[in-house]
Ligand binder design. Structure first.
Ligand SMILES: Cc1cc2nc3c(=O)[nH]c(=O)nc-3n(C[C@H](O)[C@H](O)[C@H](O)COP(=O)(O)O)c2cc1C
Length: 325
């Protein structure tokens, strides 16, 4: 990818994850969040650069030690309050005592004037072998005072961090500058009509399947015809599907594609809907019925269409737009 392409992708909503971490668990959480909230960058306070200020969302991550936010994080917030006050901020902490972690985060919110959209403490880790002498000593005194054993703890949950990332993503998508659906709807319809092939993704647990398949858009629905195959093994047990329709890649400023989330329904060959659609395609249903194999029909009901279109930017809109049904 060339240099200009790298710049253009940052016309999408950008996120910075600013964190500190002594033994790696807050860092691990920060990197998970960066992957899901991308375009994003995770960096420590010392790695922060002026140019990173150009963001739509700031996520601040801190470990909790001795019931305190990491001092570098506090200092950063104090020294940068002039531009931070206008940013949407998410705060998270890693701690062993989560209610205490939440209380420590809340105290920070009370002390600082920040526009925090979400704040949450997650379970952290304790690996006694990794602790430096000072931390080991502090912990020994603390555990002794609390009557708790000195032992390794692992309350870190990747699943929880991933859920949190998805929640933040949804919340920020809702507040994004959205095109009116009267413009977006016809654009999406036109795009679907101009294309005829999609990638249909179906899944059930470890069984995942991506199927290139012809589709037809008709009256807000997608219809697929198939002689059968593994996708049905998934659809029969889990009818939730994801579908991608996209232009071939040319350059970063000519991107156009959509990811559809919806439900798949198998249409019975005896149904009027089955016959109507075959007619629409110019097929004779009676002739199709004499084929040696059944032609299966899948109807896709769309719930969400996520669109990426470089041209939206020229219209003063964000390149990523979402249509909900
Ligand atoms: C010396 C020491 C003090 C700690 N103090 C607290 C505390 O006050 N409250 C808490 O919930 N967790 C406390 N913890 C647990 C840490 O928050 C937890 O290990 C966290 O995952 C560390 O994050 P990191 O790996 O990013 O440094 C303490 C751990 C150590 C070693």
């Amino acid at each position: 990818m060339d240099e200009s392409a790298g710049r253009k992708i940052f016309t999408m909503r950008k996120t910075l994850i600013l964190y500190e971490s002594r033994y790696g668990s807050t860092e691990e959480a920060a990197k998970i969040l960066a992957l899901i909230l991308g375009p994003a960058r995770a960096c420590r306070v010392d790695e922060f650069e002026e140019r990173y200020k150009d963001i739509d969302l700031l996520v601040i991550g801190t470990p909790i030690y001795s019931e305190q936010i990491d001092p570098k994080i506090v200092q950063f917030i104090e020294e940068n309050s002039s531009w931070l006050k206008d940013k949407s901020i998410v705060l998270f902490g890693l701690s062993l005592d989560r209610p205490n972690g939440d209380a420590v985060l809340q105290k920070l919110l009370c002390d600082q004037q920040l526009k925090v959209i979400s704040s949450k403490a997650f379970g952290g880790k304790l690996d006694l072998e990794k602790l430096n002498d000072e931390d080991y000593r502090i912990l020994l005194v603390f555990q002794d005072k609390m009557g708790l054993p000195m032992q390794n703890v692992d309350n870190f949950s990747r699943e929880e961090i991933i859920e949190f990332a998805l929640e933040i993503k949804q919340a920020t998508e809702r507040s994004a500058k959205t095109m009116p659906s009267v413009e977006l709807g016809p654009w999406a319809e036109d795009f679907l009509k101009k294309h005829n092939t999609c990638t249909l993704a179906t899944a059930l647990g470890n069984r995942v399947r991506a199927t290139p398949i012809e589709y037809n858009y008709h009256s807000g629905l997608l219809y697929l015809l198939s002689e059968g195959g593994e996708k049905f093994a998934n659809i029969l047990l889990n009818n939730r599907v994801s579908i991608a329709v996209y232009d071939e890649y040319r350059s970063m400023d000519k991107l156009a594609g959509m990811q559809i989330t919806g439900q798949a329904f198998i249409v019975d060959p005896g149904d009027q809907e089955y016959k109507d659609f075959l007619h629409l395609k110019g097929h004779n249903p009676d002739k199709i019925a004499t084929m040696p194999f059944v032609l299966n029909m899948i109807r896709i009901e769309m719930e969400k269409v996520e669109i990426l279109n470089s041209d939206f930017k020229k219209m003063g809109q964000e390149v990523k737009q979402i249509l909900l049904f």
